[in-house]
Design a protein around this ligand. Sequence first.
Ligand SMILES: *[C@@H]1O[C@H](CO)[C@@H](O)[C@H](O)[C@H]1NC(C)=O
Ligand SMILES: *[C@@H]1O[C@H](CO)[C@@H](O)[C@H](O)[C@H]1NC(C)=O
Ligand SMILES: *[C@@H]1O[C@H](CO)[C@@H](O)[C@H](O)[C@H]1NC(C)=O
Length: 321
Amino acid sequence: MTVWNALICVTFVMTFVVAVGRVNGALPANYMRMSANQKQDVLWKQVLRNPYPMNRLPTVGPTAANFSKLFVPAFLKTSFTWTGDEMPPGRARILHNYGVVCKVDLDVFSDSPFSGVFSTGGVGVLRLSLAQLSNDSFPVGVALKILVDGRNSQNFVLVNTVEGQGTNRNFFAKTMRNIFPPAGPYGRELNPAEKAFQQAIFENLPGGPLDHPADFNNVPLYEQAAVGSDGRNVSTVVAPYEISLRPNPALAYDENDPADFRRHLVAIPAGTLLYTVAVKRTLDEDDGTVIGQLTSRSAMVASPYGDEVLFFNHAKKAWQA
Ligand SMILES: *[C@@H]1O[C@H](CO)[C@@H](O)[C@H](O)[C@H]1NC(C)=O
Ligand SMILES: *[C@@H]1O[C@H](CO)[C@@H](O)[C@H](O)[C@H]1NC(C)=O
Ligand SMILES: *[C@@H]1O[C@H](CO)[C@@H](O)[C@H](O)[C@H]1NC(C)=O
């Protein structure tokens, strides 16, 4: 091999590593101090750096070694304690490993009686994913990150049920909530993964009873109500008990379409109303109050950055009246 050929090879390998291998964006040193809009730009540049070609969407599931971590409370605990917008170094996303992301605006109506992000709204990123790729179930999940000026982001992780929608493959068939019914018949014994989650919440998180969620199927909303997207602390926190993202019915598609869900999602243009946002103030409220809407502000993109690096903290502080 000539020197010239060797050089071409090396350059090719390096280009490949830069373009495809480097998914870990390592945010700039001053990232935390940036405005919400600047942070959104930084994250979005990372997403756009190396999107998956649509004819080569990855489908490989997590390794057994990674999967076994779902039974380790100390591993699960990090979902609550890590507050960054990127994964802790070396951490793999085990569930919801494939999805698409887009930039979003959360617009909250000016008459919202709630505080913090439930009053200011904000800009952020939305990730739409499946807990796992399967032909037998369609376990939709949505993660919303509202970026905050100079402070940690505020995050929401929402599902309808963990089991999914059976064979209904329409991503927009069901309302997404922060509180979901435990899978299976009421009163059944928790499975080992659920038990590990309970242990992570009740034994591994520091603090008192209000410093952890009330249950493993309830990702609470106190923290998001305690700070606005302008970074200001709220003096009197008024937190909803439950949030629902109700899909825009116009986005529904054939529930029997076997195509990869990501193909449907990337066809949704910027500026689309995705979800109407409704909340309940307390457990006893029967109907939710619509307080705003969530609109896409970019195309939806499938990328290794969105799948492997972007992180959505699970809020931990329990709801309070
Ligand atoms: C699983 O674990 C290996 C080794 O720790 C890691 O390299 C890989 O990226 C992980 N990811 C998934 C999704 O299994
Ligand atoms: C779903 O079914 C299709 C068509 O039979 C197959 O190609 C694909 O691998 C299946 N996917 C999974 C996750 O089992
Ligand atoms: C805002 O609240 C956070 C968290 O409770 C606290 O650490 C911080 O000191 C507060 N900042 C101001 C300016 O009060």
